[in-house]
Structures are given as structure tokens and as C-alpha cells.
Design a protein around this ligand. Structure first.
Ligand code: LLP
Length: 437
């Protein structure tokens, strides 16, 4: 979050006052710091450097073409989960960036598209999918490069909606039967089983699950090799947590410490699929206050960002810091470092601050960005910054209530450029207009 700082009581992204961007592009507005994006990519590249990993940026976290291109330009490949994401990766990185393709429901069309567009690896999630891939590959006269995704059956480690390695979730192959599945494709003419994949969940704030997962991975790779498979890749997925509140997330090197031993032991090429780690704290969602009101003993800030722009608080109850862009003179802007570490709102227990809910215009009580946050009194027209909005923010945005999706801007120092224009009414009805009789 270092690239979003106050200077003279004004919030800046790098060297650019964010209020200036609001004036130029309107709100709600996603603002990305290029320095932040590259810093986190480099952090993960450096932490795992000993293994010379293939870093496949996870497009689902944020598929903006300019962000994906930036990733490709700085040495990343892509992790995709649909044909649409595959096409984004191709558009951003050309055919030179490695693309790994995960997901439980790949269609034949998607499989064929991937095979004819140089897919680096399929992460396979069921026995039927494995044989479907084999069949399409045989029809095309090629061999599909495949990693089996294991569900390593670890204890719960994150939000129930995003924990992908506990027993009974839809992801991956059961650890008890995956070796039999591997056996079923020994010598298969359409399948080259060359890797093992796992993605444990997201976000994960502890390194222990990776240690346990990697250890189980070593055993499986040994078993696959004993069957005759030439296993060359260990794909440990993404999921590395970030600081939404304070300093709750381990640095990349802590994850590396528990993953690298498995890489050394197997001699495999390491693949990683980080999304949130790179883009999560590289953006704010900038919104403008429409009204304030108090009712039923509660105080509301109604602003123009809503659950359709950033659904994480509504969907997961997740915490995003919300700060005024220009705090009033009587409110200090320094974070309250002595405050509650679980609620490090900088304006907590500050003079002239009181608990308020930050809500949007969408017609649902679940439409909120923050609850009970100590904030100063806000006026119509004031700007708010919602932090840590880079991952699964714009990527999960919708047109609910026929709201137009936000614009996105990429800042570098004192310069910036629009990387997605604000939608128009014509965009909104484009797929319906021609069908109107
Ligand atoms: N690889 C696979 C196979 C995945 O399913 C995911 C995320 C990733 C990599 C990237 O995970 P990351 O490094 O970004 O944590 N919408 C939720 C998160 C869903 C994650 C889905 N899979 C949220 O907003 O928290």
C-alpha cells in the first residue's frame, strides 16, 4: 500500500493526486500503481529465484489487457480458467508466454482452442476431463501436455467459499485415487502426463499449508514416475495472502522457504500462479460521496461505489480499508499504529471520527463496502479510497442494477493512462439492441 500515500493531506497514487484522476475520469474509478504491480511481481520472482520458476500470473484476479501485458513484458506467463481468459492472455502476451489452463469444467471447444494455441499445460481436475482432453488431442493428432490437479486434503485455511483443498470440494482429484487415474493414462497416445498441480485456496495467510501440500506432492510425483510418467513440472498454484489490514501476510520468501525443498527433491520445474499477491494491493477503488444519513442509530455514507463494482465485502464479508482522500483539517492522517491490530483503520479513536457504514446505491441491504468504520464526517462530493481493490475487484464487477462498470487508470509516477474506458449505455444494451423487435 506504500504507493498510495498522503502528501500534504491529499491521497496520492505514486506522484499523482488521485483527486485529479477523479476530476478527469469520474467515479467510481479503479486506480492502479504500476510500481506496486511490478514490485510484487519482482518480490515473488526474487523469492523463488533459486528454482527459476515459471510465474503464471492468474488472469482471474484481474484480466485487464494492459495489466496482463505488463506482466508478460516482465517475464510472467498466465494461469487461465476459461477460453475468454486464454484469449486475454494471448492478446496480452502473444504466443510466447506460457499459459496453464485450470478449471473443473473445460468444454471440448475450450480444450481444442487451447491445444491449437500452444497451451503449456492443462491442469486436469477429473478423470472424465482427462479422457476428454486425450480424445480431443488424438482427433487433432497431438499429445496434450497435462498436470493432474490434486486435492491434497488439508485442514481448512481460508474462507469457506475459496478454500479449494479440503475434502469434498469440487476441485482436483482425490489424493486417494489420483495415482490410479495416472495409471489409466500410461502410454496414452493423446496424453503426456508431465506434471502435478495443486492450488490450495485463496487468500492463505500461513505457510504451513504449502509445506504440507508440497510434501504430499513429492510423494505423488515419485509414484507417477514409478508408473513411467516423465514428470517435469510441480505447479503449486497461487493463493498467497496479502495485507488487507495490517501486516498479516507473510512475505514471498516465507512461502518460498517451504516450497523450494520439494522442488529440489523432485528436480521439477516450479510453476506458480499468483494473482492477488501481485495485483491486490496495487489498486484503490475511488468513489465519491453522494449523501450521508443517520437512521436507527446508525450513520451511513452513501457513495457511488457499490457491490457491483467490488463485491468482496458482500460476498465474503471481506475487509477493505476505506480512507477519505482529503481528510478534514482536524483529523490526523497518520495511521493509528497503537490501535487494534485487527481493525487498523487509521481514523480509529481519532478526534472527530465516528462509526459509519459505507454503502452504495444498489437496491440490496447487502450492498456495502465497509461497516462500522471510524471515519470523519463526510460531505457530498468528498472522495473516498477503498484499498486493496486490485484483485477480484474489477474482475468480479457486474452490471447489476444496470450500472455501468467503472473505468480503470494505470499510474506511473506523475503520469497515467486510461486502461479501460467507462462503459456507456450502448455497451450495456449491446447484446440486446439487435434483438429488440
Ligand atoms: N490458480 C488457481 C487454480 C486458482 O483457482 C486461483 C484462484 C489462483 C491460481 C489465483 O489465486 P490468488 O493468487 O489470486 O489468490 N474471488 C475470491 C478469490 C477466488 C480465487 C479463485 N482462484 C476473492 O475475492 O477473494
Amino acid at each position: 500500500m506504500d504507493h498510495f500515500q498522503y502528501q500534504n493531506r491529499q491521497l496520492y497514487c505514486e506522484d499523482t493526486p488521485v483527486a485529479e484522476l477523479a476530476a478527469q475520469y469520474g467515479t467510481p474509478l479503479y486506480i492502479y500503481s504500476q510500481a506496486a504491480l511490478l514490485e510484487k511481481l519482482r518480490e515473488i520472482q526474487a523469492a523463488f529465484a533459486a528454482a527459476e520458476p515459471i510465474i503464471c500470473y492468474s488472469v482471474k484476479a484481474n484480466g485487464n489487457l494492459s495489466i496482463c501485458r505488463l506482466m508478460a513484458q516482465h517475464g510472467a506467463g498466465f494461469d487461465v480458467t476459461s477460453k475468454g481468459e486464454f484469449q486475454r492472455a494471448l492478446r496480452a502476451g502473444g504466443r510466447t508466454s506460457p499459459i496453464v489452463f485450470a478449471g473443473v469444467g473445460k468444454t471440448d471447444d475450450e480444450i481444442e482452442f487451447a491445444l491449437t494455441n500452444n497451451v503449456f499445460l492443462f491442469d486436469v481436475e477429473s478423470e472424465q476431463e482427462l479422457h476428454a482432453i486425450g480424445a480431443v488431442a488424438q482427433r487433432l493428432g497431438v499429445k496434450a501436455p497435462v498436470a493432474l490437479r490434486v486435492n491434497p486434503d488439508l485442514p481448512p485455511k481460508t474462507h469457506v467459499k475459496t478454500d479449494t483443498s479440503v475434502k469434498g470440494v469440487k476441485f482436483g482429484l482425490d489424493i486417494e485415487t489420483i495415482v490410479d487415474v495416472a495409471q489409466s493414462v500410461v502410454g496414452h497416445p493423446g496424453i503426456a502426463l508431465v506434471g502435478l498441480h495443486m492450488h490450495l485456496g485463496s487468500p492463505i495467510l500461513k505457510v504451513e499449508p504449502y509445506r504440507l501440500g508440497a510434501e504430499k506432492g513429492v510423494t505423488l510425483i515419485r509414484q507417477f514416475r514409478a508408473q513411467g510418467h516423465d514428470i517435469r513440472y510441480l505447479n503449486m498454484g497461487g493463493g498467497f495472502g496479502i495485507n488487507y489490514r495490517n501486516d498479516e501476510a507473510p512475505p514471498a520468501r516465507a512461502f518460498a522457504e517451504v516450497i523450494l525443498p520439494a522442488v529440489r527433491e523432485t528436480g521439477c520445474q516450479l510453476i506458480l500462479e499468483p494473482g492477488r499477491f501481485i495485483v491486490g494491493n496495487a489498486a484503490i477503488l475511488l468513489t465519491r460521496v453522494l449523501y450521508t444519513k443517520s437512521t436507527g442509530g446508525k450513520h451511513y455514507i452513501i457513495q457511488d461505489g457499490a457491490m457491483n463494482d467490488l463485491i468482496r465485502p458482500t460476498l465474503y464479508g471481506s475487509f477493505h480499508r476505506v480512507w477519505p482522500v482529503q481528510p478534514p483539517e482536524n483529523v490526523p492522517v497518520e495511521p493509528d499504529v497503537n490501535g487494534d491490530p485487527d481493525d487498523p483503520q487509521p481514523f480509529r479513536d481519532m478526534p472527530h471520527c465516528f462509526k459509519q457504514d459505507v454503502v452504495g446505491p444498489v437496491c440490496e441491504s447487502g450492498d456495502f463496502l465497509a461497516k462500522d468504520r471510524p471515519l470523519p464526517a463526510m460531505k457530498r462530493g468528498d472522495l473516498l479510497a477503498v484499498f486493496s481493490a486490485g484483485a477480484y475487484g474489477m474482475a468480479m464487477a457486474s452490471n447489476y442494477n444496470s450500472r455501468l462498470r467503472a473505468a480503470e487508470v494505470l499510474v506511473t509516477g506523475r503520469t497515467h493512462r486510461l486502461i479501460r474506458r467507462r462503459e456507456t449505455f450502448a455497451d450495456l444494451v449491446a447484446c440486446e439492441d439487435d434483438c429488440l423487435n
